[in-house]
Design a protein around this ligand. Structure first.
Ligand SMILES: Cc1cc2nc3c(=O)[nH]c(=O)nc-3n(C[C@H](O)[C@H](O)[C@H](O)COP(=O)(O)O)c2cc1C
Length: 305
């Protein structure tokens, strides 16, 4: 019998539909284990990992707004060789571990995917959508041909499920999703942060050293919901969708599920509600389902379509 909160994404069973979003807890395996064990997440995604260690941008890299955050970390972190040993620790959390990867060429994406696949991760999430690095993230995700090339090359080189993380900074996210499906992709995460900036009016200067960064949190949720809905409307039966962007409560997650997502990532919500935001959110979902007569997550998925 299917448990009330259980969901299947890309053939992977999750005990509940909440997933830690990439980059939120840095790159230590112990933080991912903590989010799984204490936090109650149904799965965790690692920081985006490339071939070589990367320094990232100068400070300040994060600015807090009333409705969310703008970050320009710049994919700072170890390369896949240094990061590999963190996966064994992360796996002790007892939930599926998804490795996020990035690259500056299709062959770098493949190398990172192959390196991470050897560590026993459950799936790969290809970051085609970081707005803070030149010639990596959105450089690929804003172009259907480059998206197709990277997804196809990664999919052809690993046996585990492949998920593409897309940007909303495009004319048609459904068109980019279509390129992913043509390339054999198993899942789509929608969306990453949106390119944004904040100026300090006292100094007359941008606050972030990088000037621009990626906007996350509640203010991007309506855009993320729209993106999930647009992809699901066209491709619901062709690919599994994971919502991401501004979810911090059970009601937010339910909205994503109704738009067509099978699971939902939470990022900025960890900062606003604490590391056990996943446990709080699943409690809120359960309460709503009981009150409204829903028996399982499947009944919620795509209800708005
Ligand atoms: C500090 C910070 C670091 C991030 N690092 C990454 C990253 O390495 N890879 C990635 O794909 N997304 C990264 N993101 C984007 C999140 O995974 C997520 O897509 C975004 O924050 C929207 O979700 P949210 O509103 O729930 O935070 C980062 C976000 C933040 C706030």
């Amino acid at each position: 019998m299917i448990k009330m909160l259980e969901t299947m994404v890309c053939g992977i069973k999750l005990e509940n539909p909440t997933i830690l979003a990439s980059g939120i807890m840095g790159s230590a395996g112990s933080s991912l284990r903590l989010i799984a064990k204490t936090g109650g997440a149904g799965a965790v995604v690692t920081k985006s990992i490339g071939v070589m260690p990367q320094k990232g941008h100068k400070n300040p890299t994060i600015v807090e707004l009333d409705c969310g955050l703008i970050n320009a970390i710049g994919l700072a972190g170890p390369g896949y060789r240094e990061f590999s040993e963190e996966i064994a620790t992360a796996k002790k959390g007892g939930v599926p571990v998804i490795a996020s990867i990035f690259g500056y060429s299709a062959s770098e994406f493949v190398a990172a995917a192959l390196g991470m696949a050897k560590t026993g991760i459950d799936a790969i999430e290809i970051n085609l959508s970081c707005p803070n690095v030149k010639k990596a993230g959105t450089f690929y995700g804003q172009n259907p041909d480059l998206t197709y090339e990277v997804v196809k090359d990664v999919k052809d080189s690993v046996k585990i499920p492949v998920i593409a993380k897309l940007t909303a900074n495009v004319e048609s996210i459904a068109a980019i999703a279509g390129a992913c499906i043509d390339a054999g992709c198993d899942g789509i995460t929608a969306i990453n942060t949106l390119k944004a900036m904040k100026i300090d009016i006292n100094t007359g200067r941008p606050i972030l050293a990088n000037a621009t960064g990626g906007l996350s949190g509640g203010c991007i949720k309506p855009i993320a919901i729209r993106c999930v809905y647009e992809i699901a409307k066209e491709f619901e039966s062709d690919i599994d969708i994971i919502g991401c962007g501004g979810a911090a409560t059970g009601r937010d997650v339910i909205e994503f599920l109704m738009a067509g997502a099978k699971a939902v990532q939470i990022g900025t919500g960890v900062y606003s509600r604490g590391i056990d935001v996943f446990r709080k959110v699943t409690g809120e979902i359960e309460l709503f389902m009981k009150d409204s007569g829903y028996k399982n997550i499947e009944e919620l998925v795509g209800a708005a379509l």
